[in-house]
Structures are given as C-alpha cells and as structure tokens.
Design a protein around this ligand. Structure first.
Ligand code: PLP
Length: 422
C-alpha cells in the first residue's frame, strides 16, 4: 500500500460482518475466563489487553496505523506530545545519565529538557545542529545515552540533517530520537534516514482539526540494545518476574519496555474516544498535507515578495537556506507552517496579529484553519534571550500556520493586517 491508502486501511481491518469504522472500545478493563489467564498477562508471557492504562483495542488500532505509516515495528500512543517526549527518554535514561539535543526544538521540549529532567538528575546538552560531526562528538560523555532532534524545527523552520545526526548517534552506540511532528510521515519518514525512535505530538497535523491533544512514540526496531550501553534492556526487570526485554521481545524491546514499564507506572495513555478522533484525522492526513504544503508555498512566496516582511523562513522557498535539506528530507513539501520576521519588530508583530480577521490568534499550530502565534511572547516566553536565539526566535518572529482555506483569502487577510498595523 502507498501512503494515501495506508492512512485509510492500516491498523483496523474488519472481518466478515464487523463494523466498517473503527469501534470505540470504551472500557477500562477486559474479562478473562481464569485467574491464570490474567496471571499470564501480568507475567507478559501472553499478549492481551488487561487494563486501559496500558493498552486498549481502539488505541491499539491507531498505534498500528501510525507504526505502519512511519515504518516501525510498534507504536505507543500517549496523552500528549509532551508525554511522548518524556516517555521516549525515560525508557532509556535514569538519574546520572546525559543526552544531547539539537537546540532548534519546540519550546515546551526545551523546558522539559533544561528544567524538569534536570531536577531528576538527567542532564541535557543543547547543540547547534548545523555543526560538523567532529564538533558534535566533543559533547559526548561516558554517560551520554541518546541524541534528540526535530525534523522541521518548531518554530525556526530549519530542517535537521537526520542522516548526520544518525551517524553521530550510532558512532557512539546510542539511539537517535526524532520529533517528526511538523513533517508527519507523509512528508518525511525519519526511520529511513537512520532514526531509531520517532515521536509526534499528534495534536498537530495528525489530528489536524484542533480537537484533541495527544502523542505517539514509534520504535524502528533496528537499534541494538545489547551493545552494553543499555543494561536495563538486557538484564531482568524485577517488576515483571525477571523479563528480559531484548530476549523476550526481540526487535520490539524498546516499545514494549516503554509500554509495560513506563506507561504502566506513569499512566499517560489516551482514552479510546480520543484515539477514535485521532484516527479520523489520520484518514485524511495525506490529502491534507498536500494542500497545506501547496497553500503555504504560495503564502511564503507572497511574504517573500512583501516589503512588510524582513525574512521568511520556509524551506519550500528556493531562496531558503534549508531548501537543500527540504529537497532531501521533505521533498513533497515543507508543511503548512511559515515563520517570518515582520518589519517593525515586536510591537508591529503584535499589532499585525491583532489585526488579522480570518486567521485566528491561538496557542496552536497545524490546524485546518489558518492561525498565528507570536513565539517570543507566547509558547517560548519562558526561554531567556540566549535560549530564544538558539531556538531561532527573534522578537518580531510570527509563526503562521497556513490552513486549507482558499489561499487568496489567506493572503487578503495578511494584506489588510499589514496595512492596519502600519
Ligand atoms: C506541540 C509540540 C509538542 C508538544 O506536544 P503537545 O501535544 O502539545 O504536548 C512537541 N513537539 C513539537 C514539535 C510540537 O509542535
């Protein structure tokens, strides 16, 4: 199956006489004929649903769909993108460990890495992802256990050289985790470029309609956890009568550990109804992404030509410094998100945003409806000046998420707001 077919047909394959549409299994628990059968589930010797903090049939269908879209061996849905990021790392790291992240990442992730994980004894070094391999390698320590980056950085709109980052991580026998939220598997499949784990905030394009917050972790199944760096994968887990993840779950070791250990203990699993809505979003993901990219390119070209704008950051533009990476990593388009620096700085940016009539000013992105956000005073306001600079954010930067409206209407709205804000 190709992508437009996969989004519709992967995950849920009804049998004879079964519902055509994925049912919502609104149940916390599952019945079994014997105590022994349930005991086997607790021992992980048999697969099956036990309790909806760990798995649920509706959510499972969506997990299988997303795993198929990304080309992984398994996936775990989470109640938010933040939970996906957190659990993807907590499956690997413990107090005293260190990891490396590209500095061009989502502001909420910066807080998680720089402040919250630090409180739990996990250290993160942020690096300029454009630096050559030799420079990046200087940040590796004996306790470095993972490398992290975003395919298309929110909101800097730079594209990560995923292959370089994969080489970097693998030279040091540690996995690469890629946040693929903006690209979606329609525009980029990081596993094909060497990523070991892919995460998403499904809140964005995957849902696409701004109806529910969610996340997902996908396991490529290709990382060698037996290389000596990850004893928790190769030594018995006492919370499961000595299960050994690499031995008992083979290539699904990571995603199984994430679910049965971390999700069991943290409990950030989505509800069946949420997964049902996410599935509706996924069904149209491929056609929506095509249109988002088409509209965004036209809007980016308009902004590029406008005297009201200092700089446009959209890798789809031939003049964009990231265009060569776009051609390699997201050749079908650079998503619907554009960042641009308005002439006149922060005050003008705020006036301009308040003057928009069609586009809404919301703390969101990747919606079917056009929306805008001012990172410096909204999503990224907790970051200091240095962190803002590292994340590629200037005071006048506006993040415009181009929706599926008639593109002429979107451009007309921008024109009138530019006039009003003069
Ligand atoms: C929004 C976002 C997140 C966080 O996801 P939530 O669903 O809001 O928790 C993580 N990464 C990126 C790139 C995002 O855009």
């Amino acid at each position: 199956m190709r992508m437009k077919t996969k989004v519709l047909h992967e995950g849920y394959k009804p049998g004879n006489g079964e519902p055509r549409v994925l049912p919502i299994y609104q149940s916390t628990t599952y019945t079994y004929d014997s105590t022994e059968a349930i005991g086997e589930l607790f021992d992980l010797t048999k697969a099956g649903h036990m309790y909806s903090r760990i798995s649920n049939p509706t959510v499972q269908a969506v997990e299988e769909k997303i795993a198929a879209l990304e080309g992984g061996v398994g996936a775990l849905c989470t109640s938010s993108g933040q939970a996906a990021t957190m659990i993807s790392l907590m499956t690997l790291l413990k107090a005293g460990d260190h990891f490396i992240s590209a500095s061009t990442i989502y502001g909420g992730t910066v807080n998680l890495f720089a402040v919250t994980l630090k409180r739990f004894g996990i250290d993160c070094t942020f690096v300029d992802p454009t630096k050559p391999l030799e420079t990046l390698s200087q940040y590796i320590k004996p306790n470095t256990k993972a490398v992290f980056g975003e395919t298309i950085a929110n909101p800097a709109m730079t594209i990560l050289d995923i292959e370089k980052f994969a080489t970097f991580a693998h030279q040091h026998h540690i996995p690469l985790i890629i946040d693929n939220t903006f690209a979606t598997p329609i525009l980029c499949r990081p596993i094909g470029f060497g990523a070991d784990i892919v995460i998403h905030s499904t809140t964005k394009y995957m849902d696409g309609h701004a109806v529910q917050v969610g996340g997902v972790i996908v396991d490529s199944g290709t990382f060698d956890w037996t290389n000596g760096n990850f004893p928790e994968f190769t030594e018995p887990d006492n919370s499961y009568h000595g299960v050994i993840y690499t031995k008992d779950f083979k290539e699904a070791a990571y995603i199984t550990k994430a679910r049965v250990q971390l999700m069991r203990d943290i409990g950030a699993y989505p509800a069946a109804h949420t997964a049902f809505l996410l599935n509706l979003g996924l069904e149209t993901l491929a056609v929506r992404m095509e249109k988002h990219c088409e509209n965004a390119l036209k809007v980016a070209e308009f902004l590029y030509a406008s005297t009201e704008v200092q700089t446009v950051f959209y890798p789809g533009l031939k003049t964009d410094p990231n265009h060569k990476w776009m051609k390699k990593y997201t050749p079908a388009g650079a998503s619907g998100v554009i960042s641009f620096d308005i002439s006149g700085g922060k005050d003008r940016a705020i006036k301009f945003m308040d003057g928009l009539e069609l586009a809404s000013n919301v703390v969101h992105v990747a919606d079917i409806r056009t929306c805008v956000l001012h990172p410096a005073s909204e999503t990224h306001r907790q970051l200091n000046d240095e962190q803002l600079k590292e994340a590629g954010i200037t005071p006048g930067l506006i993040r415009l998420s181009v929706g599926l409206e008639d593109v002429e209407d979107i451009i007309d709205d921008l024109k009138q707001a530019f006039e009003k804000s003069k």
